[in-house]
Design a protein around this ligand. Structure first.
Ligand code: BMA
Length: 378
């Protein structure tokens, strides 16, 4: 049979299409396998669930929630959020500051033993855990906010005079992270949020205190070190502070390979006077992050937010909720309710001015608290 040139062309095209489809499927499979093999099954499930959760709503989180609150510290089974709504937050965050020095207490004066126990409790009730690290300045030995002497990051990346000292600090952090396991040995998935708010210049790793290239090197060094320590239960969250337009967000971005979740830290300042600026800048960032998240297949979250002492009685349903519900945000976390600093709290406690509105926020079907999430790891 004589095959016409036209038919040959069609056969070649179909064959080419098959090969390219096969190649694409193989590449996708390889990428999925690579991620799956580098994360524990529970961590892989959490990452997938964070992507699809916004179809249902967003999780509410609170920093140091079960450790202390306004007027109390160290009580068991206590949380200001639970005292107001009868439920724990779906997300709890904790801080590693001072683990680098192998201290017993962290920078906000809670023992790491208690933090470990509360992380295990939170996982056992089905909730999620996030960890930040207000790590001391390795150049001056001052705290994370000590920015008077330039060159801290330069001094710890390979070739820097404090590189070895700093790698030991990372080791001390990794040693603690490696103890975050349940009784049966399951590694607890953690949203790990190093080097946060770098678009501001208040931390020694922030803009103005290091270059973008140095920051990326620090991030990748931290990432690779933690992975080499066997910490395949960490999801890395990138958390710039809201500064300027959304594009500034990517300036120090270390790369898709090193980031699992796109976050933002955004505080409402100046009470009523600041509502418009907060709404505008947070919305600008969330719109930008939504696009970047879609493009890069990564979940997005408001990794820190809040209005200190919440003097606006309906802040939860009139300011925060209307912004968040417009975007596919996986979680929103407010900062701590300090017991050691007056008027430094971001969640209500019984009798606080915004408590009734927080209850409305809790009852809204979009907000997810502890009782609403029990399948994050499956
Ligand atoms: C800040 C304040 C400080 C605290 C630090 C680290 O925002 O809450 O009091 O020491 O975070 O948690």
């Amino acid at each position: 049979m004589k095959i016409k040139p036209f038919s040959i062309l069609i056969i070649i095209s179909i064959a080419a299409l098959f090969t390219s489809c096969n190649r694409k499927i193989a590449a996708e499979k390889a990428a999925a396998m690579k991620t799956a093999s580098t994360l524990t099954p529970e961590t892989q499930h959490l990452l997938t669930n964070l992507m699809i959760l916004p179809q249902k709503g967003f999780m509410f989180g609170h920093h140091d929630d079960p450790l202390y609150g306004v007027g109390w510290s160290g009580d068991s089974d206590r949380s200001d959020v639970k005292s107001v709504v009868g439920d724990y937050p779906a997300v709890m965050s904790f801080d590693l500051g001072r683990i680098e020095l192998t201290q017993v207490d962290n920078l906000d004066k809670t023992t790491f033993a208690k933090i470990r126990q509360e992380i295990i409790n939170q996982y056992n009730r089905g909730g999620m855990i996030s960890i930040s690290w207000h790590i001391n300045n390795p150049l001056t030995d001052g705290d994370a906010w000590d920015v008077k002497t330039p060159g801290a990051v330069t001094s710890i990346i390979p070739g820097g005079k404090n590189h070895r000292k700093f790698m030991q600090w990372l080791q001390n952090g990794a040693n603690f992270l490696n103890t975050l396991k349940t009784a049966d040995g399951t590694k607890i998935p953690i949203i790990f949020r190093p080097w946060h708010e770098h678009t501001g210049s208040w931390f020694w790793w922030g803009k103005g205190n290091c270059t973008a290239a140095e920051y990326k090197q620090l991030w990748i060094m931290t990432h690779d070190f933690m992975k080499n320590q066997g910490l395949n239960n960490l999801l890395f969250a990138y958390s710039p502070d809201i500064q300027g337009p959304g594009e500034i967000y990517m300036e120090f971005y270390p790369g898709d390979e090193y980031v699992d979740l796109l976050g933002v830290d955004a505080y409402h300042r100046d009470n009523e006077k600041g509502t418009e600026a907060y709404t505008r800048s947070l919305s600008t960032h969330l719109a930008f992050m939504t696009e970047e998240g879609k493009k890069r297949h990564k979940p997005i979250a408001i990794t820190e937010t809040g209005l200190e002492a919440i003097p606006i009685a309906d802040w939860w349903t009139k300011v925060l909720l209307p912004i968040v519900e417009k975007y596919p945000v996986s979680y929103v976390l407010v900062w701590r309710n300090a017991y050691d600093r007056e008027n430094h709290y971001y969640a209500p406690y019984p009798g606080q001015k915004s408590a009734a509105d927080f209850l409305k926020f809790y009852e809204n079907s979009k907000t997810l608290f502890s009782k609403d999430v029990d399948d994050l790891y499956k």
